[in-house]
Design a protein around this ligand. Structure first.
Ligand code: G6P
Length: 374
C-alpha cells in the first residue's frame, strides 16, 4: 500500500497531485494539432461509428451520480454551444424515481468513474428499453456500463483509490469537452473556438501543474476554517459545477457541511444566511459571467459576508475594487476548461481540512468508492 502511495501520505493527496499526468493520459492520441493546412481535430475511436447518429439526436441527456454528475454539468455549456443540441441533466436515481421520458431520438450519456454504480446502471437499462442511443464514459475498461452501452469513451485516468473522486473528475470533464468538439465536427462558424479549445487542452497539464503550487496556500486557508460548521461555495456558468463539486469534496471527506450554490439564485434564499461569521467561497472566473459575479461579490460584501474569492491571476484587485478579502489566484484558461483548473484548490482545501480535523481522508465515514446497491 505504501509503495502505491509513493511519497504521499494518502491516496487522495497522490491522486490530486498526479492530475497533470492523468490528464495527459486521458488526451493521449486523441488530439490532432494538424499541419499548416490541416485543421485541428479530436479523434474518439469508441464513438466513430455513432457520431452521425449523435449529431442527429433531438436531445443529449447526461446521466450520473455524485462527482460524475458534476463533471457532466461542467461540460454541459460547451456541448450545447458546439453541438446546438439541447443538453439536459439527470441524476440517475431521480430519473428512475420519476420514470422520466427518454426517447429513441435521445442520446443518453452515462458518466461513471467505476462503471458499476447501481443507480447509473439501472438508468442505463431504462434508457436501453426506451430505445435511446447509449454512450458510456467510464474509467473502468470492461465495467458493466462500458459493456452495456452502444459506444463510449474511456477516460484513462488510471486507478483511483481514494473514495473521494479527484483525478477522475478532471479527466471526465476533459473527455466531455473532447466529446463536444467531436460532435461539433467541422462547422466553419465555430472553427476558431474549437482551435482555441484544442490548444487549451494541449496546455492544460501545465496550467494544472501551476495551480497545484497553491497547495500550501490552501493548507493555510484550511487552518483558518478548521473549526467552522459550514462553508458556502458560489459559482455560475461553467463554474456552477465547480461550486457543487468543491462543496461535495468538503462534505465527503472533511465532514463539514458545505453547499454549492448557483450564484444566480443567491437572492432567492441563500442571502439570508450571510453574516460576518459564515465563510463564503466565491468563484469569479474571467468569462461571460464575470460582471454578474462581481455584482454578487458586491452584494455579499455589503452584507458583511466573510469572503474568499477565487479569481484569475492578477485579477484580485479588479474583482471588486476596494474589497479586501482572501483571494485565491488561479491561471486563466479557455472558459470551458476553467472548471478543471478551478476545482484543484478546492480539492486541496478539502484534503487539508480533513487531515487537520483528524478524519480518514481515503475512506470517509459511511461512504463507499462504488455504490453497487440501490
Ligand atoms: C460514490 C462515490 C463518489 C462517486 C459516486 C459515483 O458515491 O463515493 O465519489 O462520485 O459514487 O460513482 P461513479 O463510479 O458512478 O462515478
Amino acid at each position: 500500500e505504501q509503495i502505491n502511495k509513493g511519497h504521499y501520505e494518502h491516496y487522495m493527496q497522490k491522486e490530486i497531485h498526479e492530475q497533470p499526468e492523468s490528464l495527459i493520459t486521458t488526451m493521449r492520441g486523441r488530439l490532432l494539432r494538424g499541419g499548416s493546412s490541416k485543421a485541428k481535430s479530436v479523434i474518439l475511436g469508441g464513438l466513430k461509428d455513432h457520431l452521425k447518429t449523435i449529431r442527429r439526436s433531438r436531445r443529449i441527456v447526461f446521466i450520473g451520480c455524485g462527482t460524475s454528475y458534476n463533471a457532466a454539468l461542467a461540460a454541459r455549456p460547451i456541448l450545447e454551444e458546439l453541438s446546438g443540441i439541447p443538453v439536459t441533466m439527470e441524476i440517475a436515481s431521480d430519473l428512475l424515481d420519476r420514470q422520466g421520458p427518454i426517447y429513441r431520438e435521445d442520446t443518453a450519456v452515462f458518466v461513471s468513474q467505476s462503471g458499476e454504480t447501481a443507480d447509473t446502471l439501472l438508468a442505463l437499462e431504462y434508457a436501453l428499453e426506451n430505445g435511446a442511443l447509449c454512450v458510456g464514459i467510464t474509467n473502468t475498461v470492461g465495467s458493466a456500463i462500458a459493456r452495456n452501452t452502444h459506444c463510449g469513451v474511456h477516460i484513462n485516468a488510471g486507478a483511483e483509490i481514494g473514495v473521494a473522486s479527484t483525478k477522475a473528475y478532471t479527466s471526465q470533464i476533459v473527455v466531455m469537452v473532447m466529446l463536444a468538439l467531436a460532435i461539433g465536427g467541422d462547422a466553419i462558424s465555430s472553427e476558431a473556438r474549437r482551435d482555441a479549445i484544442i490548444e487549451g487542452l494541449f496546455d492544460l497539464p501545465n496550467k494544472v501543474r501551476e495551480v497545484l503550487k497553491l497547495d500550501m496556500e490552501m493548507k493555510d486557508l484550511a487552518k483558518s476554517l478548521i473549526d467552522e460548521q459550514s462553508l458556502l461555495v458560489f459559482g455560475r456558468g461553467y463554474n456552477y459545477a465547480t461550486a457543487l463539486e468543491g462543496a461535495l469534496k468538503v462534505k465527503e471527506v472533511a465532514l463539514m457541511h458545505s453547499e454549492g450554490i448557483l450564484a444566480g439564485e443567491m437572492k432567492h434564499g441563500p442571502l439570508a444566511l450571510v453574516d460576518e461569521n459564515l465563510p463564503i467561497f466565491v468563484i469569479a472566473a474571467r468569462d461571460a459571467c464575470f460582471s454578474k459575479q462581481q455584482s454578487v461579490i458586491q452584494q455579499l460584501h455589503a452584507r458583511k459576508g466573510r469572503l474568499i474569492v477565487m479569481c484569475s491571476k492578477g485579477d484580485a484587485a479588479a474583482v471588486y475594487p476596494g474589497l479586501s478579502c482572501r483571494a485565491i489566484e488561479v491561471p486563466q484558461v479557455e472558459d470551458c476548461l476553467q472548471p478543471v483548473v478551478n476545482i484543484i484548490p478546492l480539492q486541496l482545501l478539502a484534503y487539508h481540512l480533513t487531515v487537520l480535523r483528524g478524519y480518514n481522508v481515503d475512506q470517509p465515514r459511511n461512504l463507499a468508492k462504488s455504490v453497487t446497491t440501490q
